[in-house]
Design a protein around this ligand. Structure first.
Ligand code: C2E
Ligand code: CA
Ligand code: CA
Ligand code: CA
Length: 275
């Protein structure tokens, strides 16, 4: 009926208003999150399959909101990207994680996620240099994880930035490979050092035909291009067995260790796969 239609409309209007308000509040809270000490970094081990040796750690941002508690980066990173707060937050992540990595007794890699706004900001390369210098971290220890969406807006500029980063000795991993704006030509046109297979393909590779075929194909692609491949989100021994059988050399996932404060891993050199 007419009345129902109107009240439905009102309902949506109100709901939408609430969502927008909610976003504004989070945007505001994000601007103060670092100064308020609400941000931290969880580290997740990356493991060489076969030896079980830890090769590095991915830095994953954590936000403990004063009222709402732990917020997922899947929710707050897009908001920080839209509002521009990701520039300050991303710089804090890089500074903190590089300082942390410099204190490790071993030359392990530190993998850091970089969003489009950061990579495209005019002084990004000099910022990275300054952070590495200040942390006294060898550039070869730093690996930047970027998704293909980062390359879309201004491919020429992205290529220039990645080339400069490589020239100072930083390595670049293609994150979330196979999702979103994925294109094989990106592997040819940009100087990637590593391919990271997204968790959505790794999930149930041992029982899921299409996922298995895709993972097998990506591993073949990596071999053909001479690019190492790391599998993300490995949770079960079945998935690990499949990856081993297909010649995957490196993996990351709950099976080897959940993202955790660095204290948990400080003395860890090898991780056992525990399902
Ligand atoms: P991502 O880069 O694809 O990171 C992998 C995500 O998978 C992480 O989620 C990690 O905790 C989760 N994960 C790892 N192993 C497993 C597993 O075995 N099973 C399952 N179910 N999940 C696993 P997280 O920490 O919630 O981060 C989500 C996304 O937020 C990241 O996806 C990344 O895109 C973004 N992100 C996190 N930290 C940062 C950051 O400092 N800067 C930027 N720009 N983005 C970040
Ligand atoms: Ca990542
Ligand atoms: Ca992913
Ligand atoms: Ca991602």
């Amino acid at each position: 009926s007419k009345t129902e239609g109107r009240s439905t409309y009102r309902f949506f209007e109100a709901a939408m208003g609430e969502e927008v308000r909610d976003r504004r509040i989070l945007e505001h809270d994000l601007r103060h999150a670092i100064a308020n000490g609400e941000m931290s970094i969880a580290y997740q081990p990356q493991t060489h399959l076969g030896s079980n040796e830890v090769t590095g750690f991915e830095a994953l941002l954590r936000w403990k909101h004063p009222a709402r508690g732990d917020m997922s980066p899947a929710i707050f990173i897009p908001i920080a990207e839209e509002s521009g707060a990701i520039l300050a937050i991303g710089e804090w992540v890089m500074r903190t994680a590089c300082h942390e990595a410099a204190s490790w007794g071993r030359p392990l890699k530190i993998a850091i996620n970089v969003s489009a706004l950061q990579l495209n900001s005019p002084d990004f390369v000099s910022l990275v240099r300054e952070i590495l210098d200040q942390a006294k971290l060898d550039p070869s220890r730093l690996e930047l994880e970027i998704t293909e969406s980062v390359l879309i807006r201004d491919p020429d500029r992205a290529l220039q930035t990645l080339t400069l980063l490589k020239a100072i000795g930083v390595s670049i991993a293609m994150d979330d490979f196979g999702t979103g704006y994925s294109s094989l030509s990106n592997l040819r046109n940009f100087p990637f050092d590593k391919i990271k297979i997204d968790r959505s393909f790794v999930r149930s590779i041992d029982v899921n035909m299409p996922a298995a075929a895709i993972v097998r194909a990506v591993l073949g692609l990596g071999r053909g291009l001479g690019l190492p491949v790391i599998a993300e989100g490995v949770e079960t021994s079945g998935e690990l067995a499949f990856l081993n059988a297909e010649g995957c050399k490196e993996a990351q996932g709950y099976l080897f260790g959940r993202p955790a404060p660095i204290e948990v891993f400080r003395a860890v050199t090898h991780v056992e796969a525990v399902a």
